[in-house]
Design a protein around this ligand. Structure first.
Ligand code: PGA
Length: 250
């Protein structure tokens, strides 16, 4: 299975900056990178730009969020079919910044995952514990609860999701989980999703996210249950993003 490297630009970028970044990434990819699946998740207004610049390339694109509703009176929301209109392959759901600043519950995140799947978009379901939860020994219980809500809602489609383990204390802090800490949680998530997809022949990608960079990517990606990365800050720097992709080659 190819590893999957996805950039999460968060609320960064602009027409000129996006074009420069994407052109540098496309120019830096070589045939050896064909063994890696690559995507970038941009702010919604730029999705048409990504469709133009990345259409036909090896880089897929996606959104950073999707509405839990199908259509109607939800001012400011963007639905899954709208994202599909612009060629989105992925949508992040339940990023910790959405859970923290926008009050997204496990149930809302699960509904978003289901809306994405129904529109043919792969939801990248983000789970992760806070530092207080880790210190209290609650890491496993927290991530299992977050993933269970999604599995419960999407049922047999669980084999079609991507999971991203992002410890909240590692996001944007420069403090990465050690490869062993990450592997331990990935192993738990692997068992949980495998139990829900007993007859699926496809292994679900479980990405690590949280201060992944060019230096620490090789050791994280070498872990048996780490199938790729969700990259924030380093995805805004083409050289760093390309190095992470290289570290994910088969
Ligand atoms: P970071 O962000 O790589 O900047 O820590 C990761 C994420 O929030 O997806």
């Amino acid at each position: 299975m190819n590893k999957l490297i996805v950039g999460n630009w968060k609320m960064n970028g602009g027409l000129a900056a996006n074009e420069a970044l994407l052109k540098a990434v496309l120019a830096g990819l070589t045939s050896a990178d064909a063994s890696v699946s690559v995507g970038v998740c941009a702010p919604a207004p730029y999705l048409p730009q990504l469709q133009t610049l990345l259409g036909g390339s090896a880089v897929a694109w996606g959104a950073q969020d999707v509405s839990a509703h199908e259509s109607g009176a939800y001012t400011g929301e963007v639905s899954a079919p709208m994202l599909r209109d612009f060629g989105c392959r992925y949508a992040l759901v339940g990023h910790s910044e959405r859970r923290q600043y926008h009050g997204e519950t496990d149930e809302v995140v699960a509904a978003k995952a289901q809306r994405a799947l129904a529109a043919g978009i792969t939801p990248i379901v983000c789970v992760g514990e806070t530092l207080a939860q880790r210190d209290a020994g609650e890491t496993e219980a927290v991530v299992k609860r977050q993933l269970a809500a999604v599995i419960h809602t999407v049922g047999h489609c669980s084999s079609e999701i991507v999971i991203a383990y992002e410890p909240v204390w590692a996001i944007g802090t420069g403090r990465t989980a050690t490869p062993e800490q990450a592997q331990a949680v990935h192993h738990v998530l692997r068992a949980q999703v495998a139990a829900a997809t007993a007859h699926a022949d496809q292994r679900v990608h479980i990405l690590y996210g949280g201060s992944m960079n060019a230096a620490n990517a090789p050791s994280l990606l070498a872990q048996p249950d780490i199938d790729g990365g969700l990259i924030g800050g380093a995805s805004l720097k083409p050289a760093d993003f390309l190095q992470i992709i290289q570290a994910a080659r088969r």
